[in-house]
Design a protein around this ligand. Sequence first.
Ligand SMILES: [Zn+2]
Length: 203
Amino acid sequence: MTRAIVGPEIERLIQLLARVPGLGPRSARRAALALMKRKEALMEPLGRAITEAAAAVSICPVCGNVDTQSPCSICRDPTRDASLLVVVEDVGDLWALERANATKGRYHVLGGVLSPLDGIGPDDLNLGNIVGRVRGEDGSVAEVILAMNATVEGQTTAHYITDQLAGTGARVSRLAHGVPVGGELDYLDDGTLAAAMKSRTPF
Ligand SMILES: [Zn+2]
């Protein structure tokens, strides 16, 4: 906005909202307006929720997850299968696997992927303690599942971790690449179809 049509407080609110992933300047303006119209019902509780969450949130020192408990809720959960370690790129991937109820294992959150072009190397990721976790004091991790995205960077990272874990004795697996559930072959891109053929499983 070149000419101020709102006060600086609202201007700042809109600027900050616009930096939230999924929102742009237009959505930020709409959100700010909706908040102001519902001051008591939405704006004030949201403000308090953000303040409280910001005060409590931390990165889990064990797995790299984000939570308001440390260690995180998943690392504390005694019903989790400690023999299974699922490696993901980001917390959003962990949440997706949890929503799908896909595993009862524990997680290791990398906080990104290796990307030499962007200058992101092993030291920039949460990789320092992964071998230690897999070895463990009791050597309890039997399988490591590399649940990386099916991107070049994701697969490069998976190969790197596989190399690091050689000699730990843990079995290393990765997610299948291929035909999505409910998917039709005719609609798949060539890369997906080729990957599905390559990673076919016995029927
Ligand atoms: Zn944790």
